[in-house]
Write a protein that binds this ligand. Structure first.
Ligand SMILES: CC(=O)SCCNC(=O)CCNC(=O)[C@H](O)C(C)(C)COP(=O)(O)OP(=O)(O)OC[C@H]1O[C@@H](n2cnc3c(N)ncnc32)[C@H](O)[C@@H]1OP(=O)(O)O
Length: 212
């Protein structure tokens, strides 16, 4: 039997992750959130305690159920011994030649094609697709319905809004944000926000900006 799963986060994304855990045959061992007044529980589970109360041992199988990319990076760095689960919804397709890092979640309706590589704590959200030879960096979030053609590179911490897409071979730089519905037809540098068809940069942030 699979070990129970400790879930970090008790907001909207956590609901989806709890049900993903059920769908993969796992029980919930605990829910951790620092804002239990705002998020007292998830789907009938009461929050167990603050995030710091999660035991940092290899026997702890956990998942970070928070959509904010920077937050997942920070939490990942805070726990050195936890075993991060990788969860794949049974109604998705992940190529046997694809590689997924620890903490990564593949939600319902997702397709991950041949030799795609997804890093740590990636969210492949509902119905997105990641085609052959894509490389998706750590802490990336692909929002529902987003589409990567073949050989796209998403830098660490980047975010693709819902129904955004990227044509073959382009790069989205680290911590960059692509707005909902945008089409990335030329590579984007790091730390920018781009929107529209074709995607144009509307904002640049200083490197190391911490408040995504
Ligand atoms: C299960 C889930 O829900 S997962 C979460 C999925 N979430 C998403 O897909 C959200 C994606 N987010 C967006 O598209 C947002 O609008 C962002 C990130 C691009 C907004 O970025 P911000 O820096 O806050 O931009 P802001 O809201 O100030 O808008 C700046 C300008 O861009 C425009 N704009 C914002 N988003 C878009 C967009 N997706 N496409 C086209 N134009 C846009 C705004 O209208 C505004 O234009 P104006 O200056 O002419 O008024």
């Amino acid at each position: 039997m699979l070990p129970g799963l400790h879930v970090i986060g008790a907001g909207g994304h956590a609901k989806v992750i709890v049900e993903l855990a059920y769908a993969t045959g796992r029980n919930i061992a605990g829910i951790y959130d620092d804002q239990y007044e705002r998020h007292p529980g998830v789907l009938g589970y009461t929050v167990t305690g603050p995030i710091a109360s999660l035991p940092d041992t290899s026997n702890t199988h956990a998942i970070i159920a928070v959509g904010n990319n920077r937050f997942r990076q920070v939490i990942d760095g805070r726990f050195q011994h936890v075993t991060w689960a990788t969860l794949i919804h049974p109604f998705s397709w992940v190529s046997p030649s694809a590689r997924l890092g620890p903490g990564t979640v593949v939600l319902a309706g997702v397709v991950v094609q041949a030799q795609a590589t997804l890093g740590r704590h990636v969210i492949a959200n509902t119905g997105c697709s990641i085609d052959h030879d894509c490389t998706v960096g750590d802490y990336v979030h692909l929002a529902p319905g987003s589409r990567l053609a073949g050989g796209v590179h998403l830098g660490e911490g980047s975010f693709l809004g819902t129904k955004a897409s990227a044509i073959p071979g382009v790069t989205v730089g680290e911590w960059s944000i692509v707005g909902a519905g945008a089409v990335v037809s030329r590579s984007l540098s790091a730390n920018v926000t781009a929107v529209g068809v074709p995607a144009k940069v509307i904002k640049e942030r200083p490197t190391g900006w911490q408040n995504d």
